[in-house]
Design a protein around this ligand. Structure first.
Ligand SMILES: O=C(O)c1ccc(O)c(O)c1
Ligand SMILES: [Mg+2]
Length: 592
């Protein structure tokens, strides 16, 4: 597989972009005209740099508003094109992207447009240059790749072909199946972008909201399978116009971009049986092995877990690490991590083959992490996720339990981890979605916005298909403090757990009275249940499938716990209660 990326995807100057593309392992680049214009290096210097970095310049782009014009406008367009052909020869690249005319087209006649493309191709041929014609989704007369292909066929020049761009095709709902009718040698270039389904004008959607493959809603494996069946063997190139990626760290974003192509090739091979670029087998998570809270001093977390009704299962034989459990939920407290404040530092997943899971994450460019361990102790392979939270894999899940000694043998309530709620700053969110999809094997649910006291918090649940692993991810508004992460424990009797915890002296996150008045208005609740909810600071939700009752502990450092009970088939997270929780936490000084 050859990989490429348009320089428009990245932040910084052209030279920085090229260094980042090479470091991320791309084979080539599409150089955006605007990036070259703003650079102080000459085309010859850029060419030499690409040579040195081992990058091919796969395409120069874009050339705009060429065809479908009057004769005098066309004469001027040819002059403009010749000047850019000069630049291309100095860059040493032989392929130029010509976008369908959006601005100056005045002649809606295929014969005229094809004749002009033919003349442009002839001028290019004299210099050994090839033209890739692309239908922009908002082109004046040509906005469909099938139309672009008809014009290319009509013009009939050996150095004129099409550029296919998944965004323009899929955003308009055009059937990509007809790609297979285009001869392979006429598909000069392939640009890939994903995008969320948005109800907005297609130009703004394209210029601001494109995403790397695996981060949006497009069926890119289906799209790529058509391209493959057409016989295309050129580079898979990313062309992602996105406001966030144009601001984020260039090296990190280039690596993130490269990961998206590895994921796409692997997923296409598995789903469609076409591309051969497979990564190690994805491992389905069968359960949550543990969740770890790290920090320099975790005594307050010990007290919290004790009062909540967790059982102390002992200290690690060789490390400053302690284990608390409630039924199948295992929480590890790790004072080896020198974070100032307690935080959610890691979680472990149970899989059939931990080494394969780690090899896959490694192939996707995730950095491996290691913990000190001694002979006889179970070693778990792990990588760092984009926010630094470590993900461990375990295929012998009870292996490490015996490393803990001196537990008190106290009974806990019956529980298991229901979900782990993580949070990302705005610039890392899409990268996190791709990481959780590609390296951890979770699927993205449709996102939702939760109104918080300092802006909308975007919430996106990543989960295993069977719902055993659920990872709601929150995106903080840019100017708000990062939302704390939390661990939610599911139990069959949240009221009993709450009562016992209160009797042991646990503070709860206090819920305003107004909330209960609203509950009474929204649901015809049994007065006794309503009184219990009010008394114990419990939150409530209900849908057609069932009921949800839950409460939150105070936040310690950057982490807190939630105890939940799901009744019937309730499958959500009490989204309507999230604004109340966020407001209550702000009042309690969290994130201040
Ligand atoms: O938005 C644009 O102008 C633009 C330019 C070049 C492309 O390849 C493209 O897909 C869009
Ligand atoms: Mg394009």
């Amino acid at each position: 597989m050859l990989t490429s990326i348009a320089t428009v995807c990245l932040s910084g100057g052209l030279v920085e972009k090229l260094h980042a593309c090479a470091a991320a392992g791309f084979d080539g680049v599409e150089i955006m005209d605007a990036d070259l214009i703003a650079a102080y290096e000459s085309p010859e210097e850029i060419r030499a740099l690409c040579d040195r970095l081992g990058l091919t310049i796969d395409m120069f782009q874009p050339m705009r508003d060429i065809e479908g014009v009057s004769d005098d406008v066309f004469a001027e367009n040819l002059r403009r094109a010749e000047a850019k052909f000069d630049i291309m020869q100095r860059l040493g690249t032989d392929l130029v992207l010509v976008c369908s005319n959006v601005a100056t087209a005045s002649v809606d006649d295929d014969a005229v447009a094809a004749a002009q493309l033919g003349l442009l191709a002839d001028a290019a041929a004299a210099r050994g240059i090839r033209i890739a014609y692309e239908a922009l989704a908002w082109g004046r007369y040509v906005d469909d790749y099938r139309h672009a292909w008809r014009l290319v066929e009509l013009a009939d020049r050996p150095n004129l072909g099409v550029c296919l761009d998944s965004f323009h095709i899929l955003s308009r709902g055009h059937d990509p199946a007809a790609i297979e009718e285009i001869p392979a040698e006429k598909i000069f270039f392939l640009q890939l972008a994903d995008a969320p389904r948005l109800d907005m004008d297609v130009l703004s959607w394209s210029r601001h909201h494109r995403l790397f493959p695996g981060e949006g809603d497009f069926d890119l494996t289906g799209f790529l399978a058509h391209v493959q069946r057409a016989g295309y063997t050129g580079p898979l190139s990313l062309e992602v116009f996105n406001d966030t990626f144009r601001q984020t760290d260039v090296t990190r974003t280039a690596a993130h971009a490269r990961r998206s192509l590895s994921w796409l090739a692997d997923r296409t091979a598995r789903e469609r049986g076409t591309w051969a670029d497979r990564l190690p087998e994805p491992q389905r998570a069968q359960g949550i092995d543990f969740v770890e809270i790290g920090g320099g001093d975790l005594d307050a977390v010990d007290r919290l877990l004790d009062r909540l009704g967790f059982a102390f299962r002992g200290r690690h034989r060789t490390k400053p690490v302690r284990l608390w459990t409630a039924g199948d939920a295992r929480i590890i407290l790790n004072e080896q991590l020198r974070a100032e404040r307690p935080r959610l530092s890691a979680f472990g997943l149970v899989v059939a083959d931990a080494a394969s899971a780690a090899a896959r994450a490694d192939a996707l460019g995730a950095p491996a992490v290691y913990r000190r361990s001694y002979a006889g102790e179970q070693e778990l392979p792990a990588v760092a996720s984009p926010d630094g939270t470590e993900v461990y894999w375990n295929d012998a899940p009870d292996g490490w339990l015996a490393e803990f000694e001196g537990g008190r043998g106290v009974e806990s309530f019956g529980g298991r981890v229901d979900h782990i709620n993580v949070a990302y700053p705005w610039q890392d969110f899409d990268e996190a979605v791709l990481f959780m999809t590609s390296a951890v094997g979770l699927d993205a649910e449709p996102p939702a916005d939760v109104p918080g006291p300092q802006g909308l918090v975007r919430s996106q649940v990543m989960r295993s298909r069977d719902g055993i692993v659920r990872l709601p991810m929150n995106l903080a508004p840019p100017t708000a403090p990062m939302p704390s992460r939390h661990i939610a424990i599911r139990t069959g009797d949240v009221i009993g757990v709450a009562r016992a915890a209160r009797a042991r002296g646990l503070d709860f996150l206090p819920v305003p009275d107004n909330y209960y008045d609203d509950l009474a208005a929204r649901f015809a609740l049994d007065p006794e249940l309503l009184a219990t909810l009010r008394e114990l600071d419990l939150l409530y939700d209900r849908d057609d499938a069932g009921e949800f009752i839950h409460f939150y502990t105070p936040t310690i450092g950057d982490v807190f716990l939630e105890i939940v009970e799901r009744r019937g088939g309730y499958d959500g997270y009490g989204a309507l209660n999230a604004p109340v929780r966020l407001a209550a936490q702000r009042r309690a000084g969290v994130g201040a």
